[in-house]
Design a protein around this ligand. Structure first.
Ligand SMILES: *Cc1c(COP(=O)(O)O)cnc(C)c1O
Length: 400
């Protein structure tokens, strides 16, 4: 008989219990909202003894958090085996900025993946540049070749896998190995996979970031970001975040914790519906390619198969010819897909996807549409897309 008492818990079990320390919950199932700015002390002596902000998980001043924020941070740390700690931010972009500023100093160079989320480019090209930090963009498919780009001033490599809009999957282990050999810090935008489908710290990433706005919150109604730090990385992240005055609101963190409890089941449904729809789309007249990491059309599909435990609900399709107006005809014909930014909520969304100016152009057969597959019945979404593609083909034909 094998002793399985040390078997690691499954994701769904961990996500239900994560971060629920009795001293924070006081017996309430989900850690309640502890709002605070001032914390009162019993005496001057008590204030002198306890009134400093460097001790972890002790009430000191609202900006340093309350059990509501600590509970969510603790839960996210618990989902990343080997992680040291998590800091929360009022948005995903704030999390990215803090992660970058905690590592980079004047004169340093950042290597940034060319397929990154557009506002990440904004941080590099505007904010970091103003403080004398240079950025070089690299091809998402570079893999071990990143070693040739690492110079004496390279201090950090930012990865995002799969990439925004175009979904290239990076060879993360090869990039991590090259970075470690040269003492360079790796930062990953892991919003798409979450730690459930890609435990980043276990794969050697130093700082892994999520726009919790997406799958953690899961209901399209809260902005929130997180950075989880690997061994030896948390103190610098926390100090920089404190210096920046970063604090996520207790109410938003409470909604984040509430969303987190169902993230595993929601992701399973997003995964299954998105795969059903992606496979259907691949066979349709008017669709030239489906950019979904789990399908072979997607660059880096082999790394997805090797490294990821699952796929989420966001992918793009490449239309077979047609112009911007024909693409708009498709999107405007949809009834179950909302037209709007962000993703990770319960509702399906569709937007025209145009890789930002500045990215090295990839050649596509036509314009791209990014789809977020929500929790509706896949059959209804397929019928909707079928009508959308008819509208696209009619509009495309009219212009030929
Ligand atoms: C949405 C998003 C972000 C930014 O998150 P916000 O909470 O909207 O600031 C960062 N990275 C990726 C990949 C995203 O999709």
């Amino acid at each position: 008989m094998t002793d399985d008492s040390h078997k690691p818990l499954g994701d769904s079990t961990r996500i239900v219990t994560a971060g629920r320390r009795p001293e924070w919950t006081q017996g309430i199932v989900n850690t309640p909202v502890w709002r605070a700015s001032t914390i009162l002390y019993d005496s001057v002596e008590d204030l002198r003894r306890n009134g400093h902000g460097d001790s972890h998980h002790r009430l000191y001043y609202g900006r340093r958090g309350t059990p509501t924020q600590w509970s969510l941070a603790d839960a996210l740390t618990g989902l990343e085996p080997g992680a040291e700690g998590t800091f929360l931010y009022p948005s995903g972009v704030a999390a990215l900025a803090a992660a970058l500023l905690s590592v980079l100093s004047q004169g340093d160079e950042l290597l940034l993946v060319d397929s990154a989320y557009d506002p990440t480019r904004g941080i590099a090209d505007k904010l970091l540049k103003r403080f004398g930090i240079a950025t070089r963009y690299y091809d998402p498919m570079i893999g071990a070749g990143i070693a040739d780009l690492i110079g004496d001033r390279t201090r950090a490599i930012l990865l995002e896998s799969p990439g925004s809009l175009t979904f290239e999957v990076q060879d993360i282990p090869a990039i991590v190995a090259a970075a470690k050999a040269r003492g360079v810090t790796t930062i990953l935008d892991n919003t798409w996979a979450t730690p459930l489908f890609f435990p980043a710290i276990e794969h050697g990433i130093d700082l892994t970031m999520m726009a919790c706005t997406k799958y953690v919150v899961g209901h399209s109604d809260v902005m929130l970001g997180s950075v989880t730090a690997g061994p030896g990385q948390f103190a610098a992240l926390r100090d920089t975040s404190h210096q920046l005055g970063q604090v996520a609101s207790p109410d938003d963190c409470w909604l984040g914790s509430r969303g987190l409890r169902t993230m595993a089941v929601r992701l399973a449904q997003h995964q299954s519906s998105a795969l059903t729809i992606a496979r259907w789309l691949k066979e349709q007249d008017g669709v030239a390619a489906v950019l979904h990491p789990a399908l072979p059309d997607c660059p880096g599909h082999e790394f997805f198969v090797r490294d990821f435990k699952g796929s989420s609900g966001l992918f793009s399709i490449v239309l077979d010819g047609g112009d911007d107006a024909a693409r708009a005809a498709l999107i405007d014909a949809l009834t179950h897909f909302g037209i709007g930014f962000s993703w990770g909520g319960f509702e399906s969304l569709a937007i025209p996807a145009d890789p930002p100016a500045g990215r090295r152009p990839r050649r596509f057969a036509g314009p791209l549409v990014r789809l977020q597959i929500g929790l509706e019945d896949p059959a209804d979404l397929i019928a909707d897309l079928d009508a959308g593609l008819s509208a696209f083909r009619a509009a495309r034909g009219a212009r030929r």
